[in-house]
Write a protein that binds this ligand. Structure first.
Ligand SMILES: C[S@@+](CC[C@H](N)C(=O)[O-])C[C@H]1O[C@@H](n2cnc3c(N)ncnc32)[C@H](O)[C@@H]1O
Length: 223
């Protein structure tokens, strides 16, 4: 029997997790900010490392063509199979490009960012999420974690203009989420997850920006 606990969906895919669920602190801020930013995109959109395209429904009808690129694999449903280090598209062939939780898995993230900047037209938009803190996953293809300063320097290096770099989950959310991942491994632990979620969320606003779980980067190719 569980009290307030609700499991992740099976099979797993990113979802707008409630405070009853083990990935609430990770996914709720991401979903909130992607729900704000993605509907502003228009035209032809590329999703680099699209996986199962969990955020597809958040785009508006102004997106006329949505192209998912990924490697072949059991957890991906790409329209185009390819490598983010060498995108198989012409220069300036998209109005926008997005990439969610992918750059930590590539060997050379700045090279991938440069490719993304290349295939987006002048004036086009780029929306990316990456982890700042997360346990190893998809090993051995788990290469990087990011800070605000590394992201801003990488945008400058590839000639993208920063629109916003938004922290998604601060110190308490990060600590709470790491605890929930472990608590979710046993029945007694799972009963504590809603309490940890609510406590971490309430405390998070008081924290310094010293430990950030995920980052949302919104950038633009200069016109
Ligand atoms: C953590 S999953 C994220 C999937 C999806 N974007 C999401 O948010 O659910 C990372 C994805 O990046 C893809 N990926 C990793 N390295 C890649 C590369 N070099 N080129 C293209 N896709 C890559 C993986 O195949 C996987 O689908």
């Amino acid at each position: 029997m569980t009290l307030w606990y609700a499991p992740n969906p099976v099979p797993y895919r990113p979802h707008p997790a409630t405070w009853h669920q083990p990935l609430h602190l990770h996914l709720a801020p991401m979903w909130k900010h992607l729900t704000r930013v993605l509907p502003t995109l228009r035209g032809r959109v590329l999703d680099v490392g699209c996986g199962t395209k969990p955020y597809r429904a958040l785009f508006s009808e102004a997106v006329t063509d949505y192209v998912g690129l990924d490697r072949e694999g059991p957890n991906s449903a790409p329209d185009v199979v390819g490598d983010a280090h060498a995108l198989p598209f012409d220069d300036a062939s998209f109005d926008a490009a997005v990439s969610f939780q992918v750059l930590e898995h590539v060997e050379r993230p700045v090279e991938c960012l440069r490719e993304i900047a290349r295939v987006v037209r002048p004036g086009g938009e780029v929306v990316i999420t990456v982890p700042g803190v997360w346990p190893d996953h998809e090993v051995p293809h788990d290469h990087w974690r990011f800070t605000r300063y590394g992201l801003e320097a990488s945008l400058r290096a590839v000639g993208l203009e920063r629109v916003e770099v938004v922290p998604l989950g601060g110190l308490w959310s990060t600590l709470g989420q790491m605890a929930c991942l472990e608590l979710n491994r046993s029945w007694p632990g799972r009963q504590l997850i809603p309490l940890v979620n609510l406590t971490a969320r309430a405390l998070d606003g008081t924290a310094r920006e010293a430990l950030v779980m995920n980052w949302l980067v919104h950038a633009r190719r200069p016109a």
